[in-house]
Design a protein around this ligand. Structure first.
Ligand SMILES: Cc1cc2nc3c(=O)[nH]c(=O)nc-3n(C[C@H](O)[C@H](O)[C@H](O)COP(=O)(O)OP(=O)(O)OC[C@H]3O[C@@H](n4cnc5c(N)ncnc54)[C@H](O)[C@@H]3O)c2cc1C
Length: 359
């Protein structure tokens, strides 16, 4: 949303701090990396993004944060992000209490408890069909979700909105979370489909192990959506390994006619190939790891003159491969950052996906 669109959901937080000026400066600096930041003539700091708007003002007793958004999910995200940053950048021991929409104890708008209704094996993936309520918000604002994965036999109690705007876990035990892509979403049927790779280290890994043992009736938590935006262009060059393949499936399925897409997908062998239906003009090259083919080599074979002007380069893959493709895109193809969406989806030898980053 822009600064001047009407917003319908509001919340307020007074941060009790002895250094409101310093805290406001640190919040503006950190959050300004991801949101537009401006200072008004009266000295208010305004932070705005597609989630909504936050207004930071000095007040007797502290720093006032007034948040507003066009939808409850956007507002809930703003409250959570603000609380995380205030607790990280403010004085120790702060107690935060939001007032306004999304009261303490209410359902988290970006959370759904999802029931497994189908499990299929597709190459080295487990394809899970999950059913949940009111999935409309998951169709916009991103391709990816975070799955909250209860351990075997654990009856998980799910979070509600905490006083401070962050998820409150009634039993104080959030399960491990991993990021996945909604390869298909059917809002009317209340259904999503996720391909979860059973990778080589899957026995001790919460994501892959859950996928391996999942049975209809199991329940998993899901938050989101987020990430995976693709800038407007006529030509796209995509790089993916198995973890990025579900995003390629969805992007190609949703891409309008008239776009041209070249995609390189690295998989173990032909068993992991999938149909990639699209009305766009798509040319897909499957790279078999078993035969030594790699995304890095594919990128290295493309010269600057091979890319149509205005090409957008997207990728979801292992950390080191991403770095190689990124260097090629910047150093050889000379692409500006606003035409690059290259992300590390996993890192060899490291559990979890918090190292994920876009350029
Ligand atoms: C935006 C985004 C979207 C993603 N979408 C998908 C998706 O749709 N489907 C999907 O399967 N994955 C997807 N991933 C990747 C997935 O989140 C990671 O692979 C994650 O590490 C899996 O969690 P885990 O619990 O199985 O393994 P972890 O506990 O995280 O890791 C355990 C060990 O396994 C290794 N490992 C992790 N992933 C792989 C892999 N792919 N191949 C080989 N070794 C691995 C780690 O290096 C570590 O040593 C996505 C990641 C991001 C950031």
């Amino acid at each position: 949303m822009t600064l001047h669109e009407p917003a319908r959901f509001f919340a307020n937080l007074l941060v009790p701090t002895s250094d409101p000026v310093g805290l406001r400066g640190r919040l503006a600096e950190h959050l300004g990396r991801h949101a537009r930041c401006e200072t008004t003539e009266t000295g208010e700091v305004l932070l705005s993004s597609e989630l909504g708007l936050s207004r930071l003002t000095l007040e007797a007793g502290g720093l006032r944060i007034a948040a507003e958004s066009g939808d409850p999910t956007g507002l809930a995200y703003i409250k959570m992000i603000m609380a995380d940053h205030v607790l990280e950048l403010g004085e120790a021991g702060l107690a935060l209490h939001w007032t306004g929409a999304g009261a303490s104890g209410s359902p988290l708008p970006f959370f759904r408890a999802m029931t497994v209704t189908g499990v299929a094996t597709v190459g080295r993936f487990r394809r899970l069909t999950l059913r949940g309520d009111d999935l409309g918000r998951f169709a916009e604002g991103g391709l990816h979700v975070r799955l909250l994965l209860p351990g075997e036999g654990v009856r998980q109690r799910w979070p509600v909105t905490g006083d401070d705007g962050r998820p409150f876990w009634p039993d104080g035990n959030p399960p491990p979370a991993r990021v996945y892509t909604l390869r298909r979403l059917d809002v009317a049927a209340g259904e999503v489909e996720i391909d979860m790779l059973l990778h080589a280290s899957h026995h001790d890994a919460p994501g892959a192990a859950f996928a391996e043992r999942a049975r209809p009736g199991d329940v998993v938590g899901m938050t989101g959506p987020g990430g995976g935006d693709l800038p407007e262009a006529t030509d796209y060059l995509l790089f993916a390994d198995e973890t990025g393949l579900p995003a390629v499936v969805r992007m190609l399925a949703e891409m309008p006619a008239g776009r041209r897409v070249r995609a390189f997908v690295e998989i173990e062998d032909e068993d992991d190939r999938q149909a990639l239906p699209s009305v766009a003009a798509a040319e897909v090259t499957w790279l078999y790891r078993r035969d030594g083919a790699r995304l890095e080599t594919a990128a290295a074979s493309i010269g600057a003159g091979d890319l149509p002007p205005g090409t957008v380069v997207w990728g979801g893959m292992e950390h080191a491969a991403r770095r190689a493709v990124f260097r090629r895109a910047v150093d050889v193809w000379g692409l500006p950052r606003d035409r690059l969406r290259l992300a590390s989806y996993w890192r060899r030898g490291q559990a979890g996906t918090d190292h994920h980053h876009d350029d």
